[in-house]
Design a protein around this ligand. Structure first.
Ligand SMILES: [Zn+2]
Length: 488
């Protein structure tokens, strides 16, 4: 039941104490000195008063689909999680509603006429799909603050640090020559050229840094002289002057020249959602440290850590320690599920009612859709034990979605609550084994590009790591040695 994350501990007054090792928590529970307070994240409550001794920092790497979360104390990762957002589901549902309503208004019916366009959006408004991401993260930050003595927050705010690219002088010579500068520039170029080869427009491929005016012909290392190019174009161009290489495409030459000299301010990767998130996090009253994506990547490389959402989170900001151990960690996978639909009747494609109205009642026999239960079925065809998320029905015959299967028709009589619905569903990610770490580092070394583990089947990786590595290399990255940029 325990993952390798630490267990959160509350004292008898519900004040957060130092998170503890699962084994210690198990001992406290079996000796009757504590009780289970909450299943996800696993939290126990002591039967006496206690005080925290350490300080903890929440670190966040916000993403469009998945956000990485990590809780750090000194050089230890205490808790790690990956939070999956609902974003696209929300915008799809809203679009569907909008089309149905607007088509309905063209009929001669009792439905109301469209309102005159007199509504304004409040300042700082963001689309619901983006706002839901901010709310998901805020809700988890609030939870962590409730269960652990957190005193600071770090988040990744921008992909790259414009300040550092424009004025590398102010950062000192060490920085100018250093690797960090390279990471910021890479992130910047990826954003500026929209992850696309400037010569042929290819996307979704490994991209090289290209000196537009070749270095061998006196081109500078300045950012304005750097463009992105796919491997084929890069080889074709070789050390030709851009005027020669693009002699048959003068228009493209003009466009690239304009694009690469564009001032930085116009090509910033500042993302409205992240700014909003910063604002919301600051409302907790805790100091919020911000870092750039370039710095995160630099830290992760420096520490020799593989790429997961949660390891990226652990590497956010200058507060990142000099050593971090990720071995034997297993992230809690949190998926935002929503809390049911507001829609009373489901319409068919013409907008007519297709179903009976939704029941106003949400819970039946004490259970509600989204609860996580354990059902021990002792009679009938479905004898067995099932643990998972339930969908309730009025009849008392529920559906359970376990990790592997979806079981229908389980009576409420067999069900016991593990965790009440809170708008999320939970799972555990892959355990990070030393073997996996070694393998990923090897692949990254060979490819000179970060590898997102989730892209591959991890179970395959650990068993046939070597042959798989060769196959990946041949299949996807054949002949792509040299300075590559990550597209993952
Ligand atoms: Zn190309």
């Amino acid at each position: 039941m325990f993952n390798r994350n630490s267990v959160f501990v509350l004292d008898t007054n519900k004040t957060p104490c130092d998170p503890t090792h699962p084994a210690k928590a198990r001992k406290l529970l079996s000796e009757g000195k504590a009780a289970v307070f909450r299943k996800y994240p696993f939290t126990i409550i002591l039967k006496e008063e206690s005080k925290p001794t350490k300080k903890y920092r929440i670190k966040i790497d916000p993403g469009a689909k998945t956000t990485g979360l990590a809780l750090l104390s000194d050089t230890n990762i205490v808790f790690c999680a990956e939070l999956e957002h609902r974003g696209f589901q929300i915008s799809e549902a809203l679009t569907k509603r909008k089309t149905l309503r607007s088509s309905r208004r063209n009929w001669k019916t009792r439905y109301r006429k469209p309102r005159f366009l007199n509504r304004k959006r409040p300042k700082g408004w963001l689309p619901p799909s983006l706002m839901s991401r901010v709310h998901n993260i805020k809700s988890w930050v609030d939870k962590l603050i409730k269960y652990a003595p957190v005193d600071s927050i770090s988040m990744e705010l921008v992909r790259f640090d414009t300040q550092k690219i424009v004025n590398p002088e102010i950062q000192g010579t060490e920085y100018q020559r250093g690797e960090l500068f390279g990471y910021e520039v890479r992130q910047y170029l990826l954003e500026k050229f929209h992850h696309t080869c400037v010569y042929c427009g290819t996307k979704e491929t490994a991209l090289n840094l290209d000196h537009f005016h070749p270095k061998s012909r006196g081109g500078s290392d300045k950012v304005s002289n750097l463009v992105l190019s796919c491997v084929d174009c890069n080889q074709a161009k070789s050390n030709k002057l851009p005027e020669d290489f693009l002699s048959d495409r003068p228009k493209l030459l003009e466009i690239i020249n304009k694009q690469r000299k564009q001032p930085l301010a116009n090509a910033t990767a500042v993302n409205a959602t992240r700014w909003k998130l910063k604002e919301v996090l600051e409302s907790t009253g805790l100091p919020v440290e911000v870092g750039s994506g370039g710095l995160t990547k630099y830290n992760r490389k420096r520490l020799g850590i593989s790429k997961y959402h949660w390891t990226d989170a652990a590497c956010v900001g200058v507060s990142t320690p000099d050593t971090l151990n990720i071995r034997n960690y297993q992230p809690l996978l949190i998926k935002a599920m929503g809390r049911g639909s507001r829609q009373m009747v489901k319409p068919d494609k013409y907008g007519f009612p297709r179903t009976a109205p939704k029941l106003r009642q949400k819970s039946f026999y004490g259970f509600q859709t989204g609860d996580i239960v354990k059902a021990v079925v002792t009679k009938g065809k479905k004898i067995g034990t099932y643990v998972g998320r339930i969908a309730v029905r009025k009849t008392g015959s529920f559906n359970i979605k376990t990790k592997t299967e979806s079981v229908q028709g389980i009576s409420y009589k067999y069900c016991k609550h593990l965790h009440k619905s809170d708008g999320y569903t939970y799972n555990f990610g892959e355990l990070v084994k030393q073997k996996t770490i070694n393998f990923v580092q090897k692949v990254e070394q060979v490819l000179d590009t970060p590898v997102q583990l989730n892209l591959f089947d991890i179970s395959e990786l650990t068993t046939k790591s070597k042959s798989k590595a060769k196959r990946i290399k041949r299949k996807k990255f054949d002949g792509l040695d040299g300075k590559q940029l990550s597209l993952f």
